[in-house]
Write a protein that binds this ligand. Structure first.
Ligand code: GAR
Length: 195
């Protein structure tokens, strides 16, 4: 049986698109649902056009903060029998309890060479530090923000007149290659462990 994957997004969903496209007939996993915490995330339409069900958990409508958000999230994950979660530009921090419940079953992509530059505004901080190499990382999610074990990274050279925008788009191209590769290996590993 294929592994059911949920992809969580907040925005454009370009990584999500690459993950969905990578899960072809021979892949050990399939995209079971795309969930967004933003009702206007452009990624929602892209997921629908690729035939993947979408769900919105609108933070503005969730009165009782994070707990209610995660209750709703767990309900959806159960309905779709989700076994693996991929965060793809999902800009909400998940609670320690939630993350521990899905231990070793949540992946994230981050636009830096972790452990450097956890958190937001990664590219601006890279440039301000006069680094010569940037990149992206796929890591397991633990309760520590962007602090879980790194599964794979790709480096990108920083040019002299690099801007935040030019660096972000170079790194994003590498993210689109790296994340599907890691998902494939990781899904294979999970399936092997279960045999
Ligand atoms: C990507 O660059 C991803 O690495 C980053 O947001 C962008 C989402 O783009 N994620 C984070 O910064 C998480 N801390 P996408 O919606 O087009 O995939």
């Amino acid at each position: 049986m294929k592994l059911a994957v949920a992809i969580l997004i907040s925005g454009s969903g370009s990584n999500m698109v690459q993950l969905i496209k990578s899960m072809d007939d021979n892949h050990p996993a399939y995209p079971s649902v795309v969930i967004s915490n933003k009702s206007d995330a452009p990624g929602l339409e892209k997921a629908q056009s690729l035939g993947v069900p979408t769900k919105i958990i609108d933070e503005n409508c969730i009165k009782n903060n994070d707990l209610d958000f995660e209750k709703e999230l767990i309900k959806i994950l159960k309905v779709y029998n989700v076994e693996l979660i991929c965060l793809a530009g999902f800009m909400k921090i998940l609670s320690k309890k939630f993350v521990n419940n899905f231990k070793d079953r949540i992946l994230n992509i981050h636009p830096s060479l972790l452990p450097k530059y956890r958190g937001l505004n990664t590219h601006a901080r890279v440039l301000a530090s006069n680094d010569t190499i940037a990149g992206c990382s796929v890591h397991l999610v633990t309760p520590e923000l962007d602090g879980g074990p790194v599964l794979a990274q790709t480096e990108v050279a920083i040019k002299k007149n690099e801007t935040v925008e030019s660096l972000a788009s170079k790194v994003l191209i590498e993210e689109h290659i790296l994340y599907p590769k890691v998902l494939l290996n990781f899904s294979d590993q999970i399936r092997k462990l279960e045999v």
